[in-house]
Design a protein around this ligand. Structure first.
Ligand SMILES: C[S@@+](CC[C@H](N)C(=O)[O-])C[C@H]1O[C@@H](n2cnc3c(N)ncnc32)[C@H](O)[C@@H]1O
Length: 243
């Protein structure tokens, strides 16, 4: 068994201070750090002098290092006895290949630990005062992919709140899926772009007009798309920030 260890860490959604204390401690102690674009760059200021810093890419559609290469690098570095941090955006296992990395390391007999992060699915809406649930009123939430590989069918389950990640480029199909499932076209919804980061913004509307509004305000990735009556609470609290 190699003496190194890999920490698969969630950096949080955008504001670097949202990383866990545990995650930050491991970044400070790491001999090597492999990070994705979605992980806050500010966190790199804590990397110790002399540590190896490797950008793996991974924003929508842009991968600097292929997954297989990332897996092999994690193995190689840990096998040299190094403390390795694999830093990923949000939570490391939510719509992420963190689990593939963990399985690869397990197979190779490398010691690893998963350190959770705050997922953008929850943090981005909450950054604009939008709760996911409300006691006695809205009790179910689904977190969904707004784009699937091989153009597989999208989902719109019967939940009070629907949260789609990776939905920007596919918003027409996402909205159609939701409407086809029987939801009213007056249902409130919103895009939260770069939630919790300094440049965060919200574009809100209804299922009827959100495609047009997303185009009008040029909504970009990374954004969370949230659908449900809960959006109205955000409007009550932070309405002045809503477009
Ligand atoms: C591959 S998924 C990774 C999700 C990540 N593991 C998490 O827990 O947040 C990438 C998607 O997450 C969402 N996302 C990530 N960071 C975001 C942010 N700060 N604001 C809004 N959406 C974000 C976007 O939907 C983006 O397309």
């Amino acid at each position: 068994m190699a003496s190194g260890k890999v920490y698969i860490i969630g950096a949080g959604p955008g504001d670097w201070e949202l990383i866990s204390v545990k995650g930050l401690k491991k970044i400070k102690a790491a001999d090597a750090i492999l990070y994705d674009f979605l992980a806050s760059a500010e966190l790199l200021q804590f990397v110790k002098k002399g540590a190896q810093v490797i950008c793996c890419g991974k924003a929508d559609g842009l991968h600097i290092l292929a997954q297989d290469r990332i897996n092999k690098l994690l193995f190689k570095l840990a096998n040299q006895g190094k403390i390795v941090v694999r830093l990923k955006g949000g939570d490391p296992l939510v719509f992420s290949r963190g689990i593939e990395e963990a399985l690869y390391l397990k197979n190779k007999g490398i010691d690893f630990e998963i350190i959770q992060g705050i997922t953008s699915a929850f943090a981005a809406p909450e950054s604009f005062g939008i709760p996911l649930t409300r006691k006695g009123k809205y009790s179910s939430v689904a977190v969904l992919a707004g784009r699937k590989s091989n153009n597989a069918k999208l989902d719109a389950p019967d939940c009070d709140t629907l949260i789609y990640l990776m939905a920007v480029v596919n918003i027409k199909a996402v909205v159609k899926t939701i409407l086809d499932s029987g939801r009213d076209r007056t249902t409130p919804c919103a895009f939260i772009e770069r939630g919790t980061a300094k440049e965060e913004r919200i574009v809100s509307g209804t299922l009827f007009n959100i495609v047009k509004k997303a185009k009008e305000y040029a909504v970009k990735s990374p954004s969370v798309f949230i659908v449900g009556e809960v959006v109205k609470y955000g409007k009550k609290i932070y309405g002045y920030k809503f477009k």
